[in-house]
Design a protein around this ligand. Structure first.
Ligand code: FMN
Ligand SMILES: CCCCCCC(=O)C(=O)O
Length: 369
């Protein structure tokens, strides 16, 4: 059946699920751009595992409950969200679609879903904020020039950003063999415009990575503590994968954590995010909200993450595929599909609202529940 949105916007009637956008997106971008947008580090084991781990989890249904007045809303850092689904920070979106982040923010606004703008966006933060009719967060990569970094934070505050997401898992780029094999280079016109004016890092003088300015000037916990002092924005650390780092993040003053392995794009060999979520949720014990990303392609994946302790999830490649295939409409449609699937999963498991989703909604392996 064709959905009303599809009728309005010429979405191919064959698009029924987020995975269908992956097929369309691949046809619409160059092979090099596809390697960047879709690829992972090294053998891409972690990127695949993020998805496979969701498939191994099974849902427990509860029937005949009264579900009237149910809803998917949630609250994060004082903002009520229509659903616990945000667009993850994704750099260089003009690679996927000519309008890049401007198309994405239109799609997110149409669905009233929050978007996290990357430090390495290909459109200026202020221009994205100008178009936004939905909550925006800003993802910060701490730069080797800490004064420049602080100016980015001030720009985010001035633009009305609601939370600062500091990505802590990528002091260096991942070794992305797919891109290397394609000889991928960014085309003209696709650049990190928010970093204009940043002096390049001094060149490494020796061979050893450990002695290079990339490492000697890399962020440490001290930077997180300094940021905590420098801004009143909620501070969310992205890239936490262990209970130890979750504890450390709370000591440094984090208001939230994102369990993320960067979609398997940085270090191949990390576990799936959904596999480590329970451990981290156990350590955090409700002190701050935990979000999760990595491998989410279905509303039932969103549900599984909420069941195991996440307050919300972020989607990366899923919306990039919609963007590449159909611009703002594709982004909106991906969000619509995921939202509808989440609602259906909630109804069929007997969960009237987000707070009703719990570990009991998931079948624990080996147990007869
Ligand atoms: C093309 C691309 C660019 C990305 N750029 C950033 C970025 O600039 N900053 C960041 O913190 N994460 C970045 N990420 C990682 C995402 O925020 C997110 O962690 C990941 O995509 C989640 O996995 P998924 O793609 O399976 O949903 C990027 C991911 C992709 C696919
Ligand atoms: C030093 C890391 C830069 C990565 C920038 C973009 C990004 O996060 C990605 O996954 O690609």
């Amino acid at each position: 059946m064709t959905t009303p949105l599809a009728k309005l916007t010429q979405i191919p009637p064959t698009v029924a699920a987020v995975a269908d956008y992956e097929v369309l997106a691949r046809e619409r971008v160059s092979p090099g751009a596809w390697a960047y947008l879709d690829g992972g580090a090294a053998d891409e084991l972690t990127a695949r595992e993020n998805r496979a781990a969701f498939a191994r989890l099974h849902l427990r249904t509860r029937v005949l409950r009264d579900l009237t007045n149910g809803n998917t809303t949630c609250e994060l850092f004082g903002t009520r969200l229509r659903a616990p689904i945000l667009l993850a920070p994704v750099a260089y979106q003009k690679l996927a679609y000519p309008d890049g982040e401007l198309a994405t923010v239109l799609g997110a606004s149409a669905m009233r879903m929050a978007m996290v703008v990357s430090t390495q966006a290909s459109v200026a933060l202020e221009d994205i904020a100008q178009e936004a009719q939905t909550p925006l967060w800003f993802q910060l990569y701490i730069q080797h020039d800490r004064d420049f970094t602080l100016r980015l934070v001030r720009r985010a505050e001035a633009a009305g950003i609601r939370a600062l997401v500091v990505s802590v898992d990528a002091p260096i780029s991942g070794l992305r063999n797919r891109e290397q094999r394609m000889g991928f280079a960014f085309p003209g016109g696709v650049e990190p415009v928010n970093l204009r004016g940043l002096m390049p890092l001094p060149r490494a003088t020796g061979e050893a990575l450990f002695d290079s300015p990339l490492i000697t000037r890399a962020a440490t916990w001290r930077d997180i503590e300094n940021l905590r002092e420098a801004t009143k924005l909620p501070l969310v650390l992205k890239g936490i994968m262990t209970a130890e780092d979750a504890e450390r993040a709370l000591v440094a003053g984090a208001d939230g954590l994102i369990v993320s392995n960067h979609g398997g794009r940085v270090l191949d060999g990390q576990p799936a995010t959904i596999e480590v979520l329970s451990e981290i949720a156990g350590a955090v014990s409700g002190r701050v909200p935990i979000l999760l990303d990595g491998g989410i392609r279905r509303g039932s994946d969103v549900f599984k993450a909420l069941a195991l302790g996440a307050s919300a999830v972020l989607i990366g490649r899923a919306f990039v595929h919609g963007l590449a295939a159909a611009g703002a409409v594709g982004v909106a449609h991906v969000l619509r599909i995921l939202h509808a699937e989440l609602e259906a999963t909630m109804v069929l498991t007997g969960c009237r609202d987000i707070s009703a989703i719990s570990p009991a909604s998931i079948r624990q392996a080996g147990l007869r529940t």
